[in-house]
Design a protein around this ligand. Structure first.
Ligand SMILES: Cc1cc2nc3c(=O)[nH]c(=O)nc-3n(C[C@H](O)[C@H](O)[C@H](O)COP(=O)(O)O)c2cc1C
Length: 341
């Protein structure tokens, strides 16, 4: 598929997730075949202030391409200027604007999904950003509306297209819904029928079959996975296999241990020791589910205080995984609990 001038091989993308889709996780998901990855959302104001913390969130390596940097803000000129600054400094493959974040700290200022309550401001943000980075596609990721009485997905999509947007990702829940209920995929179909730019469907893909069903039911051009990829980066490979008419490769406990090892190595190389410990705990709590003894291993990693302790326990876990699985498959998908942060 094509987003503006950007060609993408595999229409299955890793969604932006704050505190999750950092450099190590993006690399891992790309290795498993994610067709496009995004940084977590970063503040346009932070970019303009050249905040070291903000800029650290957007650095990436060539292995992660194609990659989009996601921005949030409330003021058209600030967003446009920060998009231009990021484009010049980091040369991402696209700039994505966040019109979906439901967190009060963000919406109180009029950013994130609050933009769905002011579509003329949204238009101004789009127009200013498209003008500021003519060399890059500018895309949007949004929710369906503020609440049930304010579903504006198709109206907003038309404005985004008119203003020069190159693609729209829709997570069809409202701000008020947060993560409750189900994503209303019929709204993805409705948006797809109204605009001619690519539409990326997002929401509630936890298994390869969900992705296929979203393509079929909505006619979307690509799908985007967030929570389903936590502790399961191989989901991208499985979806590709299913789309190619093959049976998705099942994952063994040995595979899980290998991916944990690979992920840990990437985190060690990327972060301070303390941050590597914290991020390892966060990600391992997702990997270590759905097999006999998972609770014990999870607790073991949660109790680790240093990267050395993690490395030792990981070695033990790898021995356990290789000796106990004997080719048996871990049934992970059924065990996945939705994250609601
Ligand atoms: C921990 C977490 C952090 C998130 N951070 C972002 C973010 O920075 N930008 C964004 O557009 N969406 C963010 N989201 C929303 C996801 O990208 C996605 O739209 C949502 O989780 C629905 O997709 P899913 O059902 O595949 O999880 C976040 C979601 C989670 C669970």
């Amino acid at each position: 598929m094509q987003i503006g001038n950007l060609h993408l091989d595999h229409p299955v993308f890793l969604a932006p997730m704050a505190g999750v889709t950092d450099h190590p996780f993006r690399v891992l998901c790309r290795r498993f075949g994610a067709g496009l990855v995004y940084t977590e959302f970063v503040s346009a104001n932070g970019v303009i202030r050249e905040s070291a913390k903000t800029l650290d969130l957007v650095r990436f390596t060539p292995e992660e391409r194609p990659i989009g940097i996601q921005l949030f803000g409330e003021e058209p000129e600030t967003i446009a200027q920060s998009a231009a600054a990021l484009a010049e400094r980091f040369q991402p493959d696209l700039i994505d604007l966040n019109f979906g974040c439901p967190v009060p700290k963000v919406t109180r200022k009029g950013a994130g999904s609050a933009m769905l309550r002011d579509l003329e401001l949204m238009r101004a943000v789009m127009e200013a950003t498209v003008k500021a980075v003519p060399q890059l596609p500018v895309t949007v990721k949004m929710r369906a509306g503020w609440d049930r009485s304010c579903i504006v997905a198709t109206e907003a999509a038309v404005i985004i297209e008119e203003a020069g947007g190159a693609a729209i990702a829709l997570h069809p829940r409202t701000t008020k819904q947060q993560f409750t209920g189900r994503a209303e995929w019929s709204l993805i179909k409705a948006v797809k029928e109204r605009v001619s730019i690519p539409v990326i469907g997002n929401g509630d893909i936890f298994a390869p079959e969900d992705a296929l069903r979203m393509f079929e039911e909505t006619g979307c051009d690509a799908v985007m996975v967030a929570r389903g990829a936590l502790g399961s980066p191989w989901l991208f490979r499985q979806i590709r296999e299913l789309r190619e008419g093959k049976s998705p490769t099942e994952v063994t406990l040995g595979d899980i241990a290998r991916v944990c090892g690979e992920h840990f190595k990437l985190m060690l190389a990327d972060k301070s020791p303390q941050a590597a410990v914290n991020y390892t705990k966060k990600h391992f709590s997702h990997y270590l589910k759905g097999f006999p003894g998972a609770v014990k291993w999870r607790k073991g990693f949660m109790d680790c205080r240093s990267t050395d302790e993690i490395a030792r326990l990981l070695e033990e876990f790898t021995h356990f995984a290789e000796s106990s699985t004997d080719g048996a498959h871990a049934e992970l998908a059924a065990e996945k609990e939705p994250v609601t942060s």
